[in-house]
Design a protein around this ligand. Structure first.
Ligand code: PEP
Length: 253
């Protein structure tokens, strides 16, 4: 039985003060025990403030980061290591988000190194995969996504893969207001699960959580969550407001 995960990706939004205020408002809206596991991924500059606010908010909300550099320390100006994230209480790390792949030129090779670094430090990677509109229109969406899954998970053991999270995020649906239909998202998530089965075996495929991301909102979460292979959501824009995020956590329109 896979527990759903609803994770908010704040992208480059919110100062430390806004982060603390958000956490208090969100905590007031959540139940003591939620059906879904809940995570927020603030920018690096807000992680420490978030970590403190989460420790005293009275609700189980996991702390996530939006990226990591795959070395423990060294001359990597501007980068943040897995050790530093772990030190702040980070439990989940988004890796390979399409904005980093597209705007900052991250390759599958770098993404794979990041996945391994996160696992080595006993945090959970949320690996993002997804196709562009051009790739979808050219009938190449499946090839692209399967290729990313193969490249980014290469060399991992079935046990580690079972405990990680993949987010299928079609790039044309991110921040655009266009959501994949629940059926399209289910089709791709199911393909990813079959690929995990063929690469890592039945147990890893049954246990790994596969999310959908791309313009998820309170009014479309319920229909997405009805799909067999959608185990939750990675939410960008609609996670910035605690009321809207709480409604998504409750699968409520
Ligand atoms: C994201 O940033 O991962 C995302 C899915 O964004 P949005 O919900 O705004 O489309």
């Amino acid at each position: 039985m896979r527990r759903p995960l609803i994770a908010g990706n704040w992208k480059m939004y919110k100062t430390t003060g806004e982060t603390e205020e958000y956490i208090h408002r969100l905590a007031a809206l959540l139940r003591t025990q939620e059906e879904a596991e809940v995570a927020i991924c603030p920018p690096f500059t807000s992680l420490q403030a978030a970590s403190r606010a989460l420790a005293s908010c009275g609700r189980e909300i996991l702390l996530g980061a939006q990226d990591v550099y795959p070395e423990e320390e060294g001359a990597f100006t501007g980068e943040i290591s897995p050790l530093m994230l772990k030190d702040l209480g980070v439990r989940l790390v988004i890796v390979g988000h399409s904005e980093r792949r597209q705007i900052l030129g991250e390759t599958d090779d770098l993404v794979a190194r990041k996945v391994r670094a996160v696992i080595k430090h006993r945090m959970t990677p949320i690996l993002c995969v997804g196709e562009t509109l051009e790739e979808r229109e050219a009938g190449k969406a499946e090839e692209k996504v399967v290729g990313q899954v193969r490249a980014d998970l290469e060399g991992l053991s079935p046990e580690t893969v079972a405990d990680m999270v993949i987010a299928y995020e079609p790039i044309w649906a991110i921040g655009t207001g266009k959501t994949a239909t629940p059926e399209d998202a289910q089709e791709m998530n199911s393909l990813i699960r079959r690929e995990i089965a063929s690469l890592f075996g039945a147990e890893a495929s049954a246990r790994i959580r596969i999310l959908y991301g791309g313009s998820v909102k309170p009014d479309n979460i319920a229909s997405l969550m009805e799909m067999e292979d959608i185990d939750g959501a990675l939410v960008g824009g609609a996670s910035l407001d605690p009321e809207s995020f709480a409604r998504i956590v409750h699968f409520q329109g």
